[in-house]
Write a protein that binds this ligand. Sequence first.
Ligand SMILES: *[C@@H]1O[C@H](CO)[C@@H](O)[C@H](O)[C@H]1NC(C)=O
Ligand SMILES: *[C@@H]1O[C@H](CO)[C@@H](O)[C@H](O)[C@H]1NC(C)=O
Ligand SMILES: *[C@@H]1O[C@H](CO)[C@@H](O)[C@H](O)[C@H]1NC(C)=O
Ligand SMILES: *[C@@H]1O[C@H](CO)[C@@H](O)[C@H](O)[C@H]1NC(C)=O
Ligand SMILES: *[C@@H]1O[C@H](CO)[C@@H](O)[C@H](O)[C@H]1NC(C)=O
Ligand SMILES: *[C@@H]1O[C@H](CO)[C@@H](O)[C@H](O)[C@H]1NC(C)=O
Length: 355
Amino acid sequence: MKMTSLRLLLWCFSGVITRNHCLPPIGTQPEQVHISYPGLKNSMLITWSSANETESVVEYGVWGGKLFTHSAKGTESVFVNEGVEQRVMFIHRVLLSNLTPGASYVYHCGSSFGWSDIFFFSALNESDNGRIGDEFMRQIESIAAYTPYMTCPGNHEWVANFSQYRSRFSMPGDTESLWYSWNIGPAHIISFSTEVYFYLEFGLDLLFTQYQWLRSDLEVRMGRNDTTPPAPGLEDLFYQYGVDLELWAHEHTYERLWPVYNYKVLNGSSEEPYVNPKAPVHIITGSAGCREKHDGFIPHPRDWSAFRSSDYGYTRMHVINHTHLYLEQVSDDQYGKVIDKMMLVKEKHGAHAWS
Ligand SMILES: *[C@@H]1O[C@H](CO)[C@@H](O)[C@H](O)[C@H]1NC(C)=O
Ligand SMILES: *[C@@H]1O[C@H](CO)[C@@H](O)[C@H](O)[C@H]1NC(C)=O
Ligand SMILES: *[C@@H]1O[C@H](CO)[C@@H](O)[C@H](O)[C@H]1NC(C)=O
Ligand SMILES: *[C@@H]1O[C@H](CO)[C@@H](O)[C@H](O)[C@H]1NC(C)=O
Ligand SMILES: *[C@@H]1O[C@H](CO)[C@@H](O)[C@H](O)[C@H]1NC(C)=O
Ligand SMILES: *[C@@H]1O[C@H](CO)[C@@H](O)[C@H](O)[C@H]1NC(C)=O
């Protein structure tokens, strides 16, 4: 910052001769500088705007070394504001690549027609070369070596196209554990990835492939073969095929819902909502969570919310027989206390379960 003011001062002095030089270079002066991680290893994206057209340059260098040893050029685009004034501004983007992971950099942006203040950032130290994955696998060994540890991918697994997840686990089928189904006792259990709806950069076809797979897995189960074109949403699909129970996560909380479909609570009866319900039952069980703490709840629960807890904990499920499924929620914060229970009873399963 000192440097910049010094430079302005010098310009002003020299401007004594030709007055105009003393005016600061307003229209081409960079402003609104911000940085983002572009999702490419060892890189950083610098974005800023200027009122007038100019060049897009970032000068940078490692903190503590010689100032601005590197320079990178980027692109400028025109942004016409949609309001009545139709204001025009120029947005500049410069990608810095081949940064050293974890190293601090000093930079300024603009061009010889005006430089920003001097800022700094630390390049992401994104790769631990799989050591956190190793540590996780070591920690779960105490349970996963003794009892089948069945998984599904979540958003924390996204790095490098879910490669840690795909490479380390061994779930049924040939989808690198991304989605699969299996039978145990009277239950047919499906594991699928909601991440295909969020990480579209890894291929939109994953979303469609999984949807087709889900549909045919449910079809085969239900002995149906409906060939109408699919619309890849999940609630209708699971309702159509009479799925009994859906376990969700991501929120670091526990919530049991009354049977619900399309915003309507469809209890079996108001005395026994889970005996022959008229819609799937949803449980959100993400409170095992990680060290990102708990997620809050909206203050006024919706009609379908039956029980909520933000205690750390986990869910136990017992598929008793063809008609009865028992589920309970254990609180770690309350030293193993069972804080919620549900007995789901269904005499009919599959596509005709709701009639
Ligand atoms: C610089 O931008 C301002 C504001 O948009 C505009 O009024 C002016 O004409 C521009 N100057 C040049 C040289 O383009
Ligand atoms: C980057 O992360 C690794 C693994 O966590 C660590 O050993 C290393 O010291 C970190 N490097 C920097 C520069 O922070
Ligand atoms: C990500 O991984 C999936 C599963 O292996 C694969 O089908 C897809 O093509 C990959 N996407 C990219 C962009 O590599
Ligand atoms: C459904 O029917 C189509 C066309 O008749 C057939 O190609 C497909 O294999 C069937 N799928 C199942 C799961 O039976
Ligand atoms: C569903 O059952 C629960 C528990 O008896 C009750 O509180 C709720 O009002 C019922 N909802 C409807 C729409 O019947
Ligand atoms: C299924 O389990 C429930 C609960 O234990 C029991 O009441 C019911 O009789 C069982 N049904 C059959 C067919 O065994």
